[in-house]
Structure formats: C-alpha cells, structure tokens
Design a protein around this ligand. Structure first.
Ligand code: ADP
Ligand code: ZN
Length: 629
C-alpha cells in the first residue's frame, strides 16, 4: 500500500474508528467519512505491534474536500485548478436558493413577481410577461413606467432578434458559449444605434442552427442599414451569398499556397472564378449524399428519462455502428443531453469519471461498446511546451530516429538529448522554450526570442546532429505537409503525420505551441491522435461541432475520416448544425422544436430521408432542400 503522508493520516483515522482501508465505503462510520472529507485534529494511542507498548499519534488532517477546495481557489496554475474542478459541481446556494438576493429585496414585487423570478425567466417568456403588464398598471403607475418599459422592451427585442430567446437574464456570463456571448454583444450594438462604426466578427455562425443563422444575418444587415460597415470572417454559405462584397483568400491553407487574395467582388462575381469557394457555392464541388445509409450492428444503447436543464423527460436510442448526428436549434438541449448526461454516464462506467450526470432514469446496454472517447475542443496542452508533435507522440519517434543517426551514435546521444523538456540537449538559457519571459511591472508579461539559441530551443551540439540535412529544430518548424513528405520512408512517423494531414491540419507546424491552436484545430489534433491508435473497432466517439472553423473542402476531408471510423465498426456521435454533416448521417436525433423552455423534446429520429419529412421541425425544412426532396 502507498505510504505517503495522506495515507498515514487515513490509516490513523481508520484505526481510530476501527475500520480497514479496504472496507467498502458503506461499512465506514459516518463520523470517519466526515473526518476524511472535512478534516479533524485528534490524538490517539495505538498499540505498537512490535514493541508491545502504546504510542501516541496525532491526526492532523485537512480533509479531502477542503484540500480540493483550497487547490481550486488558491492556485494560479490552471492545470491544478482543472484537476480540482473535476470533483466539483454547481448547486444552488441553500440560503437564497439561487436567487442571489436577500429576503428583504425579494419582498418587492411587480405584478406578483420579484426581480429574481423575472431574471430567471427565459427572454421569450419575459417579453410575454412585459406585454401582459400594461393592462395591470394604474394610470399613475403607467406614467412612471412608460419610459422604462419602452427601454426594456426594445432591449429584449434585440436579444430576440439575434436568436437568444432561450437565455434567461441571470445566466452567468461564464456559462455562455462563445457564440452566445458574441451575439449578446451584437445585440448591445444594434441597440446602441450608433452610425459610422466598423464591426468585425470572427465566425459568428459557430454553434448556430441554420434557422438561427438567418436571424443573425438579418441583424447584421440591419446594422449595415443603419449606416455601419460589417466585416465578417466566415465559411457559412448563406452568409457569403448575402454579402455585398466578398474577399476570398487562398488558394489553399498555410505555407502550402495560402495568403493570397484569389478573388473579390459581389457573390455573383466570385462565382465566375474557379476557386474552391466558388466551386462549392455553385455546386460544382459538393459533399455527396450517400446512396445508402448504414444498417449498423443491430445493437443499441438506450438512455431513458433525461430531465437536465430544459429536457422534458426524453429518451433516446443510440444505434451502434452508425454515424449519429444530434441536431436542433441553439438552446434546444443537445449539449445537455449528450455532453452533460450521456457522456458523464459513459465516462463513469468505463473510466471511473466523477462528473455527476444531469438527472436521468436509466441507461441500458452500455457494454455493447468497449469504451467512450470524447473529442472536444478544449486545449491539447496547458503549456506552450506541448505541441502537435508531442501530443500525438510523433516527437518520441522522431527523437529516436535522431538518436540513431551515425553522428549521434558516435557521440552517444540518446533520444532524451533531443527533448526540449529535460536537461542535456536543450538550450539552458530558455530551458528549451525558445522564448524568454520578461516580467513587466503592472503590464502583462512580454515574450522575446531567446538570444542564446535564437528560438531554436536546443544547444549548438544538439543542433549539429542532422537527419537528411535537417536538425531537430528544422523538423519542428516543418509544416505537417512538409514533414509527411520528409518522413515518408519511416512508416511509424509517416502514419501519424498522415492522419494529422487527413483531418485537414497539413498547414500547422509540428512545433506550433498548442496554446496558439484554435478550439477546432485542437479538436482535430485529438481526433488524429485517436485515429493513429489501434482502435478496438467498437468505440463510441463523441464530437461537438467538429466543423467549427472549417471551409467546405476541409469538411469533406474530415467527413472521410469520420466515415472511416464508422466503417471499422465504431459508433460516431456528432453534435452539429452543419447541413453537410447532417445529410450524411445514418441516424439523426433532432431536438427541439425551439430553444430553452420551448425545446427539450425529441422531434424526429431516423435516417435523413425520414427526418426531412417531419412537418414542423426546423431541421427538416433545411434538410429537405439539401436532399432535393
Ligand atoms: P444546445 O446544446 O441544444 O444549444 P443546451 O443543452 O446548451 O442546448 O441548452 C438547453 C437549455 O438549457 C437552454 O435553455 C439553456 O439556456 C439551458 N442551460 C444550458 N446550460 C445551462 C446552465 N449552466 N445553467 C442554466 N441553464 C442552462
Ligand atoms: Zn534558448
């Protein structure tokens, strides 16, 4: 058994309360569990086995819960905080029950409602409430409130216009997705009635269902019409088609032929060129609808009675061996059902995950798959030291290769010599970071290139070792595309690089700091790393909006990769709004009909052809067009 300090303390607690550390938890007395979780100070006397005398010990234990709490609040290190967060959950404050205000403040009411109740309504509901308010006011009250009510109504309307009817006013800013926060800022701007402003938006369509996207485009047009200019960086087809002026940059990505303006003009003028964008816009290139939908392996996982957030006691079947797409307008409940209910359940089952799932009644047949893998958009590493090469373990192979070169053998350099993380081969001035931090008083830190190694990260002797003329630093500066060609003769390395290229990331460099990768890029690195592992052929993959930030051509390539996973027998579940993904699904789960309170139901399930026939679903409306029905 482990013998560190914490375990000694636990051992003493066990002796004091007469249980063994191997006992199951329901045999341990409540008092002891309290002490393990929340700590305590006690002395106790123990019969020492060998000497036959009593010895005094002191329990001086902080408690596991306190330790986690302290780690979370008193730490600057995000990795420790993240560790602590895995064990934490949000619950309502028992005193105000989540209302945030003291009893006295809640005593004041307008038309039977206090301010916390209003802030808790979703915006659609709140608008209705204000609409109904007028008739209940006395003449005098009306006089006082007229201006206020007008202001409130206008502002709420802006939020409706950008498709945020499902949010409540008290939602904490932290719990909003990037897209939601962006649309709130947009609503504020529309509300400000400024003219002559240049607005710049980066991919505002992320996370938006086609229906919400239309609302967004309308709001942007109304900003333009009040006398402003709007610049949008975007891949979305509808957005491009409704622009007044389009600038198409390419022709391809990264070092491989990017960085030029290949066409510009009205959407109609863009179409005359033969760029990738034009070819997708005019339908010359398209992601094909599969002729047949896969039958799956006949097994399914059944999740019943989900009631988290807005979910209205919904049950779903997940047919295995298929590509499943969960879709629905923003706020309909997709993330609640998949990321907050299904995934924590599966993660607990297969990997002892500790996140508490949102409430549900039952789940059946989990063992029909071998494991679950969540390929999300969180960063692949917390420090600038991790990069695509280290994350995918390609760098291990490359270091071994360098250690096998004749010169390295003569000098006795081992693979560790080529690591920038340990003493030996790295530049000691920057400790292998290639950068030096200059701490500025009262200002954010400044990073400058290390003057000793000129950013090469290794010392001179290490850089003298070359493989096919390239030093280890040269290799880190190669793009994945370049490296794939360079390492073609070395199957172990080539195979890993090729998968990164296959997920559309050929343009990033092997040594690019992972902190500079976008969420979508990080997600695709994870996907690549999963792909290059030997899969069990029976894994359940979950991906949340993998098309984020991808151009049509990248989406096509990504779908090839995901399809390959399913062909091997795995199940791939994707949360997605992109029609090109939805239309190639084997099985769709459409959540809706609206966001928030008006959502949380399963509208339709089945093949795209079947779901498209649904009478009221927003997804069905767009899907029909896509399938040419
Ligand atoms: P989707 O993934 O379909 O966009 P979500 O599952 O994120 O939808 O949201 C479903 C509903 O639950 C929405 O009304 C949303 O506002 C609400 N919701 C989501 N997260 C939280 C949260 N942390 N606190 C309160 N309500 C939430
Ligand atoms: Zn250096």
């Amino acid at each position: 058994m482990k013998k560190d300090w914490i375990f000694k303390q636990l051992d003493l607690i066990a002796q004091k309360f007469n249980f063994k550390l191997t006992d199951s938890i329901n045999k341990i007395p409540e008092e002891a569990i309290q002490m393990i979780l929340y700590g305590g100070n006690e002395s106790l006397e123990v019969n020492s086995k060998d000497l036959g005398v009593k010895r005094k010990y002191k329990i001086d234990f902080e408690g596991i819960a306190n330790f986690i709490d302290q780690t979370f609040t008193n730490n600057d290190s995000t990795s420790l905080q993240r560790w602590a967060k895995e064990f934490m959950d949000h619950i309502d404050c028992p005193s105000c029950e989540g209302a945030r205000l003291r009893k006295e403040s809640l005593y004041f009411k307008v038309n039977e409602m206090n301010i916390a109740q209003l802030a808790n309504m979703d915006i659609a509901e709140l608008v209705e409430w204000f609409d109904g308010l007028g008739s209940t006011l006395s003449r005098k009250q009306e006089q006082i409130a007229t201006e206020l009510l007008k202001e409130i109504r206008v502002r709420l309307q802006f939020l409706l216009d950008v498709g945020l009817d499902y949010l409540s006013l008290n939602r904490s800013a932290k719990s909003l997705s990037g897209g939601e926060a962006q649309r709130i800022r947009l609503a504020t701007q529309i509300g400000s009635q400024l003219v002559g402003v240049l607005y710049i938006l980066d991919e505002p369509s992320i996370g938006l269902h086609q229906r919400d996207n239309e609302k967004l485009i309308n709001s942007l047009e109304s900003l333009r019409d009040t006398g402003n200019s709007v610049v949008v960086v975007e891949h979305d087809k509808d957005m491009i088609e409704r622009a007044d002026y389009v600038i198409d940059i390419g022709p391809r990505a990264g070092k491989y032929g990017g960085g030029e303006i290949i066409s510009k003009g009205t959407p109609a003028e863009i179409l005359k060129h033969d760029t990738l964008t034009a070819q997708y816009l005019n339908g010359k290139l398209e992601i094909e609808v599969p002729k047949v939908r896969r039958k799956g392996n006949g097994e399914k996982i059944s999740l019943k009675g989900c009631t988290g957030n807005n979910l209205k006691n919904v049950s779903i079947d997940l047919p295995l061996g298929k590509m499943i797409v969960v879709t629905g307008v923003s706020g309909s409940g997709k993330s609640t059902m998949i990321n907050e209910t299904l995934y924590p359940i599966m993660n607990a089952h297969f990997f002892n995950g500790v996140k508490i799932p949102k409430p549900y009644k039952s789940i059946k047949n989990l063992d029909a798959v071998d494991k679950v893998i969540d390929i999300n958009q969180s960063p692949i590493g917390r420090t600038p030291r991790s990069n695509p090469a280290t994350y995918t373990k390609t760098f291990d192979e490359i270091r071994s290769l360098f250690a096998k070169t004749p010169e390295a053998l003569i000098r006795g350099y081992k693979p560790g010599r080529f690591s920038f993380n340990v003493l030996g081969g790295r530049c000691e001035t920057c400790k292998g970071g290639g950068l030096r931090v200059i701490e500025m008083n009262f200002l954010p830190d400044v990073y400058v290139t290390c003057e000793t190694c000129q950013g090469k990260r290794f010392n001179r002797e290490t850089l003298e070792i070359r493989y096919k003329g390239k030093s280890i630093s040269d290799v880190l500066n190669m793009t994945i595309n370049e490296a794939t060609d360079f390492f073609e003769p070395i199957p172990k390395i080539y195979r890993k690089l090729k998968t990164i290229k296959d997920v559309g990331l050929g343009y990033i460099t092997l040594g690019q700091q992972s902190t500079t990768l976008s969420g979508g890029e990080a997600q695709r690195i994870k996907l690549a790393s999963e792909l290059s592992k030997r899969d069990t052929g029976n894994t359940f993959y979950i991906l949340d909006e993998p098309t984020t930030g991808l151009h049509f051509e990248d989406i096509r390539v990504l779908l090839l990769v995901l399809n390959k996973l399913v062909e091997k027998g795995n199940t791939v579940l994707i949360i997605e709004h992109n029609m090109d993904v939805i239309k190639i699904a084997d099985h769709i789960i459409d959540v809706g009909p609206e966001g928030g309170r008006g959502g949380g139901e399963i509208l339709a399930t089945g093949t795209p052809e079947k779901v498209a026939k649904h009478k009221t679903s927003h997804t069905a409306r767009f899907l029909k067009k896509e399938l040419g029905m």
